[in-house]
Design a protein around this ligand. Structure first.
Ligand code: BGC
Length: 506
């Protein structure tokens, strides 16, 4: 009996030892994998780093590229497109105008009534719809017929309260958020699609004519009287309310900026006829490129797999369409290199399945257990992960978004430098500012969901602007967020061009 007991005890000890050994081995293996993940995170942080020195080099590069793009056609990756907008709205506009805005993910239709002073601007009706994904690679006919039919419905529901009279032809501004080579305020050809649109036969087509044709085919008595980039609409709206507004930036699905430039600085255009001596230039900054941009493996892969590879490199680092996909790529890589996310999820391998609004929801999740992160990961096919892994995901969102926000701040500072409002006393051909007392209040109108809905993006961008410009200069720079400014602003622009026409016809 004693021997049996001794044998059983020995056997139990052996089992216990092997279990312990397996557990220790498991723990060591898990630790090793976790260490690997920590290493990947460290690499990620390093490759996404945007120290102040690098941002300052970027500011210089933006200003230099702007100059190059103004000197000659194709002189820079920044297209610096003419807009034929010189006089920005001032509040004295009158009448009822429409705007149809084709953005990256949404389209909007609005009707505004202007009574001749700022306080009388009334948005009488506004509709916002998401763009059906089937349109993105449809045909020109399908796209414009869809827009025309949406406009028709909008007009058909106009009640008696509408201030538009049925006897007067309706005037419409087409806010078109894609690169266009304008030939006048009301015409221009598409250079190329961005943001996932891929309707091949359209590059080189006159966009305003395409819309006008679709409206005419439906027998709608509407005149497409202005073709406006969304940034230009945003600048008009900003300027209407605050004449110190000199530039506008869109942080939405895509990203871009425009600003007011002196016509004599637009060397590539021999005779830009403007009465004000300045013209709004659409930078198309999404295509900015510099060797100072912190390009990572993730950016390279994303670009290679995109519909417009080798194009819009800056937009792919800062645009709302792409941030989610960068985060997804990082999580996927970590899940491939360790098992902390469990078995590799096929959903996670799907491009663009993680949207930037989910990134902001995870980044700003303030529940102690990170419930929002858990829910979003579950939708990505990653059902159960430890709290430390959820924290890791928050960190990834932080790294990707912080880089985007800081690069955006460098872009804005580049514009300020070009126009001599960065406090450096530069700005080619401009009066040099001597000391702080010469700094003028400068307003930058900002529009787009990435800025307005993503608090951390906003905070990182504001912080980087202060770092780059220094507090003394940053005090004079006001970032003004707007909603629907690009659409309303395009209608205002149309109204102001109309009033200029009316006056000059007298
Ligand atoms: C387009 C710009 C547009 C920006 C913001 C970019 O993809 O090229 O024209 O202003 O998105 O919507």
């Amino acid at each position: 009996m004693g021997r049996v007991l001794a044998m059983l005890t020995a056997a139990a000890a052996v089992v216990a030892c092997s279990v312990a050994a397996v557990m220790v081995r498991g723990r060591v293996k898990r630790r090793r994998k976790w260490r690997k993940v920590v290493g990947l995170l460290k690499d990620l942080e390093e490759s996404f780093e945007t120290p102040l020195g690098r941002l300052r080099q970027m500011v210089d590069a933006v200003a230099v590229e702007m100059q190059a793009g103004l000197v000659s056609e194709g002189g820079s990756k920044l297209k610096m497109l003419l807009t034929f907008v010189d006089d920005l709205p001032n509040g004295r506009e009158r009448g009822t105008y429409y705007a149809l805005h084709l953005g990256g993910s949404y389209f909007r239709i609005i009707r505004v009534h202007l009574g001749g002073e700022r306080s009388s601007l009334e948005v009488e009706d506004i509709e916002r719809h998401s763009i059906p994904t089937s349109l993105l690679n449809s045909t020109s006919e399908v796209l414009f017929d869809f827009l025309a039919s949406s406009l028709q419905k909008f007009i058909e529901k106009e009640g008696k309260e509408s201030s538009s009279s049925q006897d007067v032809k309706r005037e419409l501004a087409f806010t078109f958020s894609f690169p266009v080579k304008q030939t006048s305020l009301s015409s221009g050809v598409l250079i190329k699609w961005t943001k996932g649109f891929a309707i091949s036969e359209m590059a080189g087509e006159d966009i305003a004519e395409c819309l006008q044709g679709a409206l005419d085919r439906r027998g709608l008595d509407i005149h497409v009287a202005a073709l406006v980039n969304d940034t230009v609409g945003a600048l008009s709206y900003g300027h209407y309310h605050d004449p110190d507004t000199i530039a506008a930036v869109v942080f939405g699905t895509g990203s871009n900026a425009c600003y007011l430039e002196r016509t004599d600085a637009i060397i590539k255009c021999q005779n830009p006829r403007t009465t004000s001596g300045s013209m709004v230039v659409n930078m198309e900054w999404g295509n900015f490129w510099s060797s100072r941009l912190p390009r990572t493996l993730y950016d390279i892969e994303l670009d290679a797999e995109s519909l417009n590879s080798n194009d819009m490199g800056f937009e792919k680092m800062i645009g709302g369409m792409y941030l989610g996909d960068i985060v997804r790529r990082v999580i996927l890589r970590m899940s491939q290199e360790s098992d902390i996310f469990g078995p590799i999820s096929s959903i996670l391998s799907t491009p663009f399945v993680l949207r930037t609004n989910s990134v902001s929801a995870m980044h700003e999740d303030d529940t102690p257990e990170l419930h929002e992160v858990a829910t979003i990961l579950k939708h990505l096919g990653v059902p159960k992960v430890q709290l430390k892994v959820r924290k890791l995901v928050v960190k990834i969102c932080d790294v990707v978004t912080r880089r985007a926000a800081r690069l955006s701040a460098a872009g804005i500072s580049g514009i300020l430098k070009k126009v001599g409002r960065d406090g450096s006393g530069g700005g080619e051909g401009r009066r040099r500012s001597i000391g702080k007392q010469m700094m003028r209040r400068t307003v930058i109108a900002v529009e787009g969901g990435l800025y307005s809905n993503y608090k951390m993006f906003r905070e990182y961008m504001d912080e980087a602007l202060r770092d780059i410009l220094g507090d003394d200069v940053a005090r004079h720079v006001v970032i003004k967020a707007m909603e629907d400014g690009s659409s309303i602003g395009s209608a205002l622009l149309l109204a102001s061009s109309h009033s200029v026409r009316t006056i000059s016809n007298i």
